[in-house]
Ligand binder design. Structure first.
Ligand code: NCD
Ligand code: ZN
Length: 348
């Protein structure tokens, strides 16, 4: 690291997978994401979920009203696919700009996914239409079958569902969201150019030991759950490889501290405050600083068929301690890396 530069300037980045929530939590977290990113793909798993173009428009307005005056941030909206999604509504929403993508959650996969799709085969008319119009399908790639071990759910999803979707809809743009396994990396690498993946900061930093060694650590728990070290290493290699198939998606998923520190704690890591710093540290450790801009700012727009952002941001090499908590609408959020020292900082 001795010859590493002490600052790095890249084109403004985007977050291709974030949970901004609603109400008081939205008020607390929207600006935090907007400080780091120009645009974000906003996940639709509210209660009730955002399932139509009209609901996405309303949610976008609520996000924009939660931002400080003068903030330049573009929420890119997604619709939550259900067994009764109307292909015409999706297509109209895509044409009008109300919807950028649609999200496939297998039923009961994660937070608020009780309405997800129960049988992927039923989605055929929707996927056909999305393929025709070039609308991106974002996939939470985990099976939910009770008999499948939680650490195997991503790999089994590839075999049972994703390989089939990609084969049946060969032109459909598919983002395998928050990949956590070597199996997923290999699947994406061997698929066509229309198949990409997002990678979170936590899956580049932690393996499952972080959750379970020396006591159970709810703030390291998210879905898909962190896997063994071999998988973390495969993800770091993919993210820093320069391959345009892999891009930044934080999956920042805030839950109130008391909901995380509970006998049945919620899944989700709140990484929004220092997401860029967290990712950049990985690129520095892997001696791949020159690949950071592609991952953070270029590959995502290219995949989605959107222009890259105007303007740049700069990160400086400065040690700083991540706060233990963030205040959020009368409760607290514990951020990823709480209490740790990060070595890069976004310049204001
Ligand atoms: C997400 C959430 O809380 O909304 N949780 C998580 O652990 N990632 C849901 C999700 O992205 O699947
Ligand atoms: Zn998510």
């Amino acid at each position: 690291m001795s010859d590493a530069p002490d600052s790095i300037t890249i084109r403004r980045p985007d977050d291709w997978h974030v949970h901004l929530r609603d109400g008081a939590m939205l008020q607390a977290v929207a600006q935090i994401t907007a400080r780091q990113f120009a645009r974000a793909i906003v996940m639709p798993n509210l209660t009730p979920p955002v399932t139509t173009a009209a609901m996405a428009e309303e949610y976008r307005e609520r996000i924009l009203s939660a931002l400080d005056f003068g903030t330049h941030f573009t929420p890119l909206m997604t619709a939550y696919l259900t067994d009764s999604t109307d292909p015409d509504d999706l297509a109209a929403g895509h044409a009008s700009g109300a919807l950028t993508a649609a999200k496939l959650y297998p039923a009961n996969a994660t937070t608020n996914s009780a309405h997800g799709v129960t049988d992927v085969a039923k989605l055929a008319p929707v996927l056909e239409r999305m393929q025709d119009i070039g609308m991106v399908l974002c996939v939470h790639g985990e099976v939910t079958d009770a008999e499948i071990d939680i650490f195997d759910r991503e790999a089994v999803f590839i075999d049972r569902h994703l390989s089939r979707i990609v084969k049946d809809f060969p032109e459909l743009k598919v983002v395998f969201e928050h990949v956590t396994t070597e199996d997923a990396v290999q699947f994406v690498e061997s698929a066509g150019e229309n198949v990409g993946a997002t990678i979170t900061p936590q899956h580049l930093h932690i393996n499952r030991n972080a959750m379970l060694v020396g006591g159970i650590r709810p703030h390291a728990y998210c879905l898909p759950v962190a896997k063994r070290e071999q998988h973390r290493l495969a993800l770091r290699k993919a993210a820093t490889s320069g391959s345009a198939k892999f891009f930044l998606g934080t999956d920042s998923a805030p839950h109130a501290r008391e909901a995380k520190e509970s006998a049945c704690g919620c899944a989700g890591i709140f990484n929004a405050p220092f997401a860029l710093e967290s990712y950049l540290q990985v690129f520095a450790e892997e001696d791949a600083l020159e690949q950071f801009e592609g991952f953070a700012s270029l590959h995502g727009p290219a995949f989605y068929g959107l222009p890259v952002n105007e303007g740049t941001i700069t990160l400086e090499q400065v040690d700083h301690r991540v706060p233990d908590t963030f205040e959020a609408g009368g409760t607290e959020l514990v951020p990823f890396h709480a209490g740790e020292t990060l070595h890069w900082r976004l310049a204001e």
